[in-house]
Write a protein that binds this ligand. Structure first.
Ligand SMILES: *[C@@H]1O[C@H](CO)[C@@H](O)[C@H](O)[C@H]1NC(C)=O
Ligand SMILES: *[C@@H]1O[C@H](CO)[C@@H](O)[C@H](O)[C@H]1NC(C)=O
Length: 595
């Protein structure tokens, strides 16, 4: 067995032993992932012919287990396919493929798969973590229920005989029926107060959920593929969080701006504040939260210009200024207007909608009509080995081209998620310039949600109907755009491009979630939103903090087995939980980082 070499298995890999029992035929094995859309097969290994009957040549290879695999086994000389195998291998499994003549005749060749050792269950740690989470929730709910019982309360205070402790327990668990410490503005009153008087807890909770998921995903998400971004088209858990964050930002912009204007702050002063905030967000994004830190200081000629905070800054600026320009002093006017009452959400702010439609036309125009040298016009694919390798350097079509042209390749993200499946080589920035247009659209849809919450304040039914309508309309648009297909639609859902179908789909989800949270938290009071609203109220601090301290203990430590999902998942959950705890402590101490 001269081909024998040691194969070191990594996470999400299985061992595959390929046995060539054919006596005259050398074989070449190719591989591709089932999830790689229209991809070229990739060379895996060459195997020379068997030497004697019953003495096959053997080649060990490691093979990815994240998605289903397609193996193509070719005759090396004639480049003719001998056989093809489709199989979903399991992590750390040991498999053999036996390539041999069938008993029927010499011309027939069979490839049989044998499982030597069963794979491990990679998803077990996720299930365990989920069950533990569920157990904690049930335990806390039960404890809260006990504490809400008057008798039990009395018994506890008698038993402990200390009012202090009783008070501590109650306030820490957010026991219902007690005075809530949260009453809005945590900062001293200034001439232009920044916190809204009308604070909905569902917004903070939703922001917190998105943020905490974002922290978990950024820390690695246990290295599971579904907690990482999609390679190109499609949706994973990781792809959900950023747009939701943008959506909530839109709602908050509208609510806080309305409240600040109502308190008599001048529009001009507010504009100054908006400019300053956008500038700060962008600067923090470029100078503080930058992965190029790792390359050493003074690497500014390779610094990444776009980024999450930069995009938030620009989106915030455009949407806030747009709303400020058309803000009416008294909104009740709009609500009492009885004409087109069912279209009120749109007719009330038709100027803004016109502007947003114009922006969206620019996105569509540039994406589908801008000629890109060497690439087909309107290309939306990943390039690399996708599209049968015809457009290797076309990653992201017009969006990628615009960024390369305006910012330069060195200032873009160098490891886009498309490198994983599609083996792309050019830089591509998922927070690029063109996609910012659609994040503005997303934030504007969030503004719309904010308007509904304010205009129909106190009318639960009105809010319910509006949110459901928006959810359905956006859902239908998504269905039409994507044809309910991952890759075959007119505009597939794509996080890297922030395609418009991505925005409509996630806004539909966002309307639904916000509605559910509104009913459960603000209307019914069934849930306080804890622990998510703590980070939701301190989002900038948690976001910047988690990025800056990513590589420090206790957010990261040396793992015993670097290739174990279990250890990574534990580490990432602990780090995420720590940020929730930090946000909680800061909330108790009334420390909020606002910019
Ligand atoms: C995989 O299975 C084969 C056949 O049973 C065995 O010879 C080989 O040692 C196994 N390899 C590993 C790494 O377990
Ligand atoms: C793609 O870019 C690489 C590096 O910039 C270059 O070597 C290669 O020739 C390009 N391929 C095509 C098809 O243009």
């Amino acid at each position: 067995l001269d081909n024998k070499k040691h194969v070191e298995l990594k996470m999400d890999q299985a061992l595959l032993l390929i046995h060539n029992e054919l006596l005259e035929t050398n074989l070449t094995v190719y591989w591709k992932s089932e999830c790689c859309y229209q991809c070229l097969f990739q060379f895996l290994v060459n195997i020379s012919h068997g030497r004697k009957p019953g003495k096959p040549t053997l080649a060990p290879v490691s093979i990815s287990t994240q998605h289903g695999s397609i193996l193509q086994i070719n005759n090396t000389l004639e480049e003719k396919e001998v056989c093809r195998l489709e199989y979903q291998f399991g992590e750390f499994g040991n498999y053999s493929v036996l390539i041999k003549h069938t008993h029927n005749g010499v011309s027939e060749i069979a490839c049989d798969l044998v499982v030597n050792k069963s794979p491990v269950d990679s998803n077990l740690p996720v299930s365990v973590a989920f069950l533990v989470g569920l157990a904690v929730i049930i335990a806390v709910s039960f404890l809260r229920f006990l504490l809400s019982l008057e008798d039990f309360n009395n018994w506890v205070s008698k038993a402990i005989n200390s009012q202090e402790t009783d008070h501590l327990i109650n306030s820490d668990l957010g026991s219902p029926g007690r005075a809530d410490p949260l009453t809005g503005d945590p900062q001293p009153e200034t001439r232009c107060p920044s916190a809204p008087g009308y604070r909905l807890r569902c917004l903070d909770t939703f922001r917190g959920v998105a943020l905490i998921l974002m922290v978990f995903v950024n820390y690695g998400g246990g290295r599971y593929w579904y907690f990482k971004h999609s390679s190109w088209n499609g949706l994973t858990v990781a792809d959900l969080v950023f747009p939701w964050f943008v959506f909530i930002m839109g709602s908050s912009i509208f609510l806080s701006m309305t409240s600040v204007l109502q308190r008599g702050c001048s529009k001009f002063k507010l504009l100054g504040k908006i400019v300053w905030r956008s500038f700060l967000l962008t600067c923090i994004g470029i100078f503080i939260v930058n992965p190029n830190y790792c390359l050493g200081p003074l690497s500014w000629d390779k610094v990444r210009i776009p980024g999450v905070l930069q995009r938030l800054g620009v989106t915030y600026f455009v949407v806030a200024v747009l709303e400020l320009l058309f803000a009416k002093p008294i909104h009740e006017n709009c609500v009492s207007d009885r004409r087109f009452s069912y279209l009120r959400d749109i007719t009330c702010s038709w100027c803004q909608w016109l502007f947003i439609l114009l922006l969206e036309s620019i996105w569509l125009g540039l994406t589908f009509l801008l000629p890109v040298p060497g690439c087909p016009t309107g290309y939306l694919g990943p390039g690399g080995i996708g599209d049968l390798g015809k457009y290797v350097n076309c990653t992201g079509g017009a969006a990628g081209y615009i960024d390369h042209l305006l910012l330069g390749s060195d200032h873009l993200y160098q490891h886009p998620s498309s490198t994983v499946l599609y083996h792309t080589t050019v830089a591509f920035d998922p927070e690029g310039i063109l996609g910012t247009i659609n994040s503005i659209v997303m934030a504007f849809l969030g503004v719309q949600a904010g308007k509904i919450l304010l205009y129909y304040k106190g009318q639960t039914k009105g809010i319910l109907i509006r949110f459901t309508a928006w959810c359905c309309v956006l859902g239908l648009i998504s269905i039409a755009l994507t044809k309910v297909s991952e890759n075959e639609g007119f505009i597939p859902i794509n996080k890297n491009l922030w395609s418009i179908s991505y925005v409509t789909t996630l806004s539909a989800f966002a309307f639904f979630i916000l509605l559910a949270l509104y009913l459960v938290i603000d209307v019914r009071g069934l849930w306080t939103g804890a622990p998510f609203f703590y980070p939701g109220m301190n989002s900038i601090l948690v976001y910047v903090g988690h990025e800056v301290f990513e590589n420090y203990f206790p957010f990261q430590w040396k793992l015993e087995d670097n290739q174990s999902h279990k250890e990574h998942l534990t580490q990432n959950i602990v780090a995420t939980a720590l940020w929730v705890l930090i946000a909680y402590v800061l909330y108790k101490k009334k420390i909020f980082w606002k910019i």
